[in-house]
Write a new protein. Structure first.
Length: 125
């Protein structure tokens, strides 16, 4: 795993995934999602997901517990974001707004951020 590539991907992922709360909140206000909820729920539709798929093709990387922590946290994050997006799709913006400020979304975000930061820390040695 190339450190420069890892740094770039982790940095982009931290920014992109932190912006989902803003995107979802905007979707509530305009009653329109940037993409279907089912796509938001998929963990292989974003840059991080694609990078993780490529990275875990390497058997050594696939066994690294830091990488596995990121994969798991990333999947959970997208499931949670997709769950909230589905509320928007169903016209339940008030519930979506409440869920965005709730503990499940906060925990999914925090867990992903922590896993990414730990992966970067491990790679830096």
């Amino acid at each position: 795993m190339n450190l420069a590539e890892l740094e770039e991907n982790v940095g982009k992922a931290l920014v992109a995934h932190s912006q989902w709360k803003i995107r979802l909140r905007h979707a509530v206000s305009v009653d329109k999602l940037p993409k279907p909820a089912r796509d938001i729920a998929c963990d292989n539709q974003c840059g991080l997901g694609l990078w993780l798929q490529e990275l875990t093709k390497d058997p050594v990387a696939a066994q690294d517990h830091h990488i596995q922590d990121v994969v798991t946290a990333h999947t959970k994050f997208h499931k949670e974001a997709g769950r909230i997006a589905l509320l928007v799709e169903q016209g339940n913006g008030a519930k979506a707004e409440t869920e965005l400020d709730g503990p499940s979304y906060a925990e999914a975000t925090k867990t992903l951020e922590h896993a990414l930061i730990e992966l970067r820390r491990k790679a830096r040695g």
